[in-house]
Design a protein around this ligand. Structure first.
Ligand SMILES: [Zn+2]
Length: 379
């Protein structure tokens, strides 16, 4: 999978790529210029040092989530650092509420532990929170003042994240606790509503105090909405196996055919991705993107085998659709081949899943209304 161009990999730690969003560099440059104009270069470099140390703390917070998720067999795509904080990209969200609880709690737990460690280190340097604010530059950079700032920043990071504003960590904790008492959808709905309530509160506070809170409010408001939709998708698609929606009518191409032939199929049909087969064995996949790239670079006269992807995701007929949808998003694919005993038996596209979702939610909605109508009145 090609990484998103907005960020680049800084390092890979414990098999998890740590990525930096380009806006983060912009943020550092802005801070450097603004602080140098205001307080001179030495203080400004000290400030940058603090920001870098702070983001190392944020990275460790994210590793808390990521390593806990990995313990439960959940793949971690990467950790991305943005100016507003870090994000762990998990391939799926844990299904078991107890696991979700532990994954959500692990991040703030790391932050609070770091706050404690920095506090102890600060005390070891003989510095106390009550020491004068204006320390010498050396003490600012390496001494107690620096450690005191890091301790309080980590404390805030830990405490702020356990506010139950879904989808922040505390909101996930809340959802996982609710989900142990009621069904997952209901739990998500309540957690999302509380999250959006907090978003309004933050936005209001932001207007009168720190404008940064308005950004946080926006992030929470949109995140809560997305999360509610994703849960709805998982509910409708959860227990539906791939073979219920896979298509068995599709064009397949052979590795030796010219690419121009595939274009003919694409012009006349509505298929965008083509499995490349030799007899019953799948050799590769031609996606819309790979066809376009090959046309640009080599023209239509090459053979299919020169344009096809040989590294691709495959499904089995009994895979559940909810997971398939997430895997398609993960690999940025619009359709995937379905294999049984190594043989190609069908294809599943996003349109198949989308159509199924649309009809099935309409059907379930009608069924629910019918049930409510026949319910005896409560006296
Ligand atoms: Zn977190």
């Amino acid at each position: 999978m090609k990484p998103a161009p907005q960020s680049f990999t800084l390092a890979e730690i414990a098999g998890i790529p740590v990525r930096l969003h380009w806006t983060f560099l912009l943020f550092l440059a802005f801070m450097l210029v603004a602080n140098t104009l205001r307080a001179g270069l030495a203080a400004s470099l000290g400030g940058i040092g603090f920001i870098i140390a702070l983001f190392l703390s944020v990275t460790l917070h994210e590793f808390g989530h990521s390593l806990m998720a990995r313990k439960f067999g959940i793949k971690v795509r990467d950790i991305t650092l943005l100016p507003i904080g870090g994000v762990s990209q998990l391939e799926t969200i844990p299904d078991d509420p107890k696991q979700e609880f532990l994954v959500a709690v692990a991040g703030p737990a790391v932050s609070l532990a770091l706050a404690f460690i920095f506090f102890v280190l600060m005390r070891l340097t003989g510095f106390s929170i009550l020491s004068p604010r204006y320390a010498s530059p050396a003490q600012y950079l390496w001494g107690g003042r620096f450690l005191a700032s890091l301790a309080s920043a980590n404390l805030i990071l830990g405490l702020f994240n356990i506010i139950p504003a879904f989808p922040m960590d505390g909101g996930r904790v809340l959802r996982s606790l609710l989900a142990q008492q009621m069904n997952y959808i209901e739990a998500t709905r309540i957690a999302a509503a509380i999250g959006q309530g907090f978003a309004f509160l933050f936005a209001l506070l932001g207007l009168f105090s720190n404008p940064w809170l308005i950004f946080v409010a926006l992030f929470i408001y949109m995140g809560a909405g997305t999360e509610e939709r994703t849960t709805e998708i998982r509910r409708v698609l959860g227990n539906i196996p791939v073979h219920r929606v896979m298509t068995t009518f599709f064009e397949r191409v052979s590795p030796d055919e010219p690419l121009a032939r595939v274009l003919e199929y694409a012009y006349r049909g509505c298929q965008e991705d083509f499995p490349v087969v030799d007899g019953d064995t799948i050799k590769g996949v031609l996606t819309k993107a790979s066809i376009l790239a090959a046309l640009h670079e080599k023209g239509p006269d090459i053979r299919v085998s020169e344009a096809m992807l040989t590294d691709y995701t495959v499904l089995s007929p009994n895979d559940m659709l909810a997971g398939v949808y997430e895997r398609m998003q993960a690999c940025n694919c619009s359709s995937l081949p379905v294999l049984q005993d190594g043989k190609l038996v069908g294809m599943v596209g996003l349109e198949n899943i989308g159509r199924f979702f649309m009809y099935e939610s309409a059907r379930q909605h009608a069924k629910k209304q019918e049930e409510e109508r026949v319910k005896p009145p409560v006296i």
